[in-house]
Design a protein around this ligand. Structure first.
Ligand SMILES: Cc1cc2nc3c(=O)[nH]c(=O)nc-3n(C[C@H](O)[C@H](O)[C@H](O)COP(=O)(O)OP(=O)(O)OC[C@H]3O[C@@H](n4cnc5c(N)ncnc54)[C@H](O)[C@@H]3O)c2cc1C
Ligand SMILES: NC(=O)c1ccc[n+]([C@@H]2O[C@H](COP(=O)([O-])OP(=O)(O)OC[C@H]3O[C@@H](n4cnc5c(N)ncnc54)[C@H](O)[C@@H]3O)[C@@H](O)[C@H]2O)c1
Length: 470
């Protein structure tokens, strides 16, 4: 690890998650001397408690079911999921929660690291313990987000799990209640149900209700088939521990008893103890930015990743990191700033072209606007739906393949505003949809993007045929 001796830097990045690391890399490549401060593990949530461990927990069950869904391999794969081997594979991805390889990467990239809790103590000034650092050009906040805990009577006292516990568990409880119906809840429910854990989801609305409605319907159906109980349109009134178990009283008068409860009710900004009050901002708030990721009202303060609440996804935060690192370097050198929509120094895609995969089984892969969001935004739209199971490639992928696709078209410009695929292995089909949405490729031209036969990508041809040739 580098031992910084000079307390003045060009750029100080607070938080060494995936986003902070990428910001620091870009500013360093831009010739700026950069310090990164991290209070926990270099690599942040995604590497140790979020994307990577959760996907590792999911993958073994998904691979097993994929083999069971094809005659021939189904006969060969007759055993049960090996939970211990799955957990061991998860541990290999998190390097047993040891960040030395990421620290080595920072070192190799020429980025100085200070471990400790950073506080903004003034303009361009960051204090870590008894060391005070100043930044010539910029301070970038990339402190991420943390799980919220709703103020439900008794909930805090039952020692509820957050996603940290669910992704790092060394043993799987016999039963798990999950509060919430979003991405974390649906993914963890899928993984734990695959392990044979008795999962009960308590969902105040529908599962995955920010996606197209059929996504939640198909995922709920699949979760139920896996043995999970999905209770929708019901609230949690109170929680208590009795004989070691968690006893939950629901708004419909019923009770749920489980070994543990996972609270997956969304995120809050990690800004409560960052010293925001020292610079006239409110501790605990999300940091609002312009499209160059500069915090409103400041010329030296930037925010990238979850903490700005634009799109709480690793890939989107890293996209912001590339823009923010490059714009800081450009402004420091007095070079031109390209801040027009879709320019080099802006994160335009955050507004209407965010890709996301929910790694349930079936997967949900979406980009851009849902039909409801597009209509609400005032677009004149046409919605085209198609059954993915009737695509030749899908029928080869799995016997009895079931899935659905939707394309939302802007009728005035004849371009795609959003696409959603739900089905086995659809995640790898998402990038083509993202290119179509970001590139605003006219439908007439999309007819010339010929999908190979027999792949599941033929869904594009079917969607276009259903729409009709413009
Ligand atoms: C269970 C789960 C699964 C997920 N799966 C996916 C997925 O599959 N794909 C995807 O794209 N997204 C996924 N996400 C979202 C993804 O994890 C986040 O969007 C991403 O981690 C945000 O990165 P970040 O760098 O902004 O924040 P973080 O990764 O949270 O990093 C922030 C860092 O800042 C440090 N820090 C905070 N305050 C201070 C301080 N004052 N001083 C010093 N250091 C500080 C923290 O210790 C942390 O290391 C998932 C989230 C969860 C909860
Ligand atoms: N595969 C991925 O890309 C992935 C995976 C996991 C998480 N993430 C990201 O992490 C973020 C956090 O995920 P999340 O699932 O915690 O949040 P979320 O916003 O997706 O879902 C929160 C859920 O909790 C419910 N809820 C909120 N308050 C509640 C309350 N008081 N009582 C009962 N239910 C309540 C909501 O109705 C919703 O169902 C997401 O924004 C997502 O982008 C991404």
């Amino acid at each position: 690890m580098t031992n910084p001796t000079d307390e003045q830097y060009d750029v100080i990045v607070i938080g060494a998650g995936a986003v902070g690391e990428n910001v620091a890399d870009r500013t360093t490549q831009g010739g700026l001397k950069t310090l990164i401060v991290e209070s926990e593990l270099v690599g942040g949530e995604c590497s140790y408690w979020a994307c990577m461990p959760s996907k590792a927990l999911l993958r073994s069950g998904i691979a097993l079911r994929a083999a069971q869904n094809v005659a021939g391999s189904a006969e060969a794969v007759t055993g049960r999921l090996d939970v211990a081997a799955t957990l061991a594979r998860r541990d290999s991805f998190t390097h047993d929660w040891d960040d030395s390889s990421q620290v080595d990467w920072l070192d190799g990239a020429g980025i100085d690291l200070v471990r400790g809790h950073a506080v903004i103590t003034g303009e361009r000034e960051v204090t870590v313990g008894d060391r005070v650092f100043t930044a010539r050009y910029a301070v970038v906040v990339s402190t991420g987000s943390a799980a919220t805990l709703p103020p439900i009577p008794g909930l805090a006292d039952v020692n509820p799990w957050t996603s940290h516990d669910a992704t790092s568990a060394k043993t799987i409880p016999a039963s798990l209640a999950i509060l919430g119906g979003g991405v974390v809840a649906a993914e963890i429910a899928t993984a734990y149900a695959s392990f044979g854990c008795a999962v009960t989801m308590i969902v105040r609305g529908e599962v995955l209700d920010t996606q197209e409605p059929f996504a939640g319907e198909l995922v709920t159906e699949a979760l139920t088939k896996l043995g999970a109980v999905v209770k929708t349109h019901v609230g949690l009134e109170s929680a208590a521990r009795a004989s070691g178990s968690v006893v939950l009283t629901l708004s419909d008068g019923s009770t749920v008893t489980a070994d543990e409860i996972l609270v997956a009710t969304g995120r809050q900004a990690r800004t409560a103890d960052l010293g925001l009050d020292n610079i006239g901002l409110t501790p605990g708030d999300w940091l609002e930015t312009d499209d160059t990721l500069r915090v409103t009202g400041f010329d030296w303060l930037y925010a990238a990743g979850d903490v700005n609440h634009r799109a709480l996804l690793t890939h989107q935060g890293k996209y912001q990191a590339r823009a923010v690192g490059d714009v800081i370097a450009a402004r420091a050198k007095g070079a031109p700033v390209d801040d027009q929509p879709w320019g080099t120094h802006v994160a335009t895609a955050d507004h209407r072209a965010v890709p996301q995969v929910t790694f349930t089984d079936p997967e949900v892969a979406s980009v851009g606007l849902t039909a409801a969001a597009a209509a609400k935004a005032g677009y004149t739209i046409r919605v085209v739906d198609y059954d993915l199971g009737s695509i030749a490639g899908a029928s080869l992928q799995a016997d009895g393949y079931s899935g659905k696709a939707r394309m939302v078209v802007d009728e005035e410009r004849s371009v795609v505003l959003g696409v959603t695929f739900v089905g086995q292995d659809v995640s790898e089909m998402l990038q083509a949809a993202t290119v179509a949405v970001v590139g605003e490729v006219p439908l007439a031209r999309l007819w010339h993007a010929v999908p190979a036969y027999p792949t599941m990508n033929e869904i594009w041809l079917r969607l276009l045929e259903t729409y009709g040739r413009p």
